[in-house]
Design a protein. Structure first.
Length: 289
């Protein structure tokens, strides 16, 4: 029993690192926890006494589990309606990120995770392990079943895609944030002309049934009508990432009350959807900005 307790203690010492590795590969905290749990099950069934570097062994196991999960996910998505929306990398372990990973997380954050979703599984694993966790290609090669040279090429291809796509995604997100901030400032300040300037002439505003019950319009069309309903309002609204997209969110008593989903094109808001239905709100991933 003491030997098992000692093994459990060593595993717990590596858990935070393993969760970071798994999350960066999978983009889902729930799936990351599943991968880490599978690593523990495999460790508990193995002869740990012959493992010279337990941390490295566990990283390899978690990486292989994640690779299998990514391949399975990719095959399931062939008939899916759209890509999975990754969860923002915000959890209790973020303060423990190594410096290099924290720098990457701060600079590209969710944008990079979205790009990683489009990478083939082996490329994603090679990139994450080398560029975010400094694992040598000799070790990565064993995990992905390639030669070290081939593993290096996988990471290189992924790196080129990530750099190009995240730069574009960041630029677009910065522009959208400027539009959202301008809309919020004009609404709060009661500046009708500024609201009209940030709204597309054909903008559409819709509310779900719960939002209508608390005072939202069921549907409005045109910049004049939408601007009139927002002028002098949105005092409690804050910018947020909702399922990875910029939006506005309102909280009451520490709970999410309503979300305004915004579609932005060519520097103007083209549609606004007010969501207040409790079940829909519960299913959203919301990060207040």
């Amino acid at each position: 029993m003491s030997e098992q307790n000692s093994l459990a203690g060593q595993f717990e010492a590596n858990r935070a690192h393993l969760r970071r590795v798994a999350y960066r590969m999978l983009g889902s905290h729930g799936e990351a926890d599943d991968a880490v749990q599978e690593a523990w099950l495999r460790l508990s069934r193995s002869d740990a006494a012959v493992v010279a570097n337990l941390g490295g062994w566990l990283t390899t196991v978690v990486s292989r589990v994640c690779l299998d999960m990514l391949r399975s996910r990719r095959s399931r998505r062939e008939d899916a309606l759209g890509p999975q929306v990754p969860e923002p990398a915000v959890d209790e372990d973020d303060a423990d990120f190594p410096g290099r990973e924290m720098l990457l997380a701060d600079s590209i954050g969710l944008a990079m995770t979205v790009v990683l979703e489009a990478l083939p599984p082996a490329e994603r694993v090679a990139f994450v392990l080398h560029d975010l966790f400094d694992l040598p290609f000799e070790e990565i090669a064993v995990i992905v079943g390639r030669t070290p040279g081939a593993a290096r090429q996988l990471a290189s291809r992924a790196r080129r895609r990530v750099r190009g796509a995240t730069t574009s995604a960041q630029t677009d997100q910065v522009r959208q944030r400027q539009v959202v901030d301008a809309f919020l400032a004009a609404s709060r300040g009661g500046d009708l002309s500024a609201l009209l300037a940030v709204l597309d002439p054909d903008v559409v505003f819709r509310s779900d049934a719960q939002a209508v019950r608390v005072g939202g319009a069921e549907e409005l069309r045109g910049a004049d009508a939408v601007a009139a309903t927002f002028v002098g309002r949105a005092q409690a609204a804050r910018p947020a990432l909702v399922d990875g997209a910029l939006a506005l969110a309102v909280e009451r008593d520490g709970r999410l009350f309503v979300v305004l989903r915004l579609a932005v094109a060519d520097g103007r808001i083209t549609s606004i959807e007010a969501v207040a239905d409790h079940e829909r709100l519960a299913g959203m991933t919301v990060v207040m900005l």
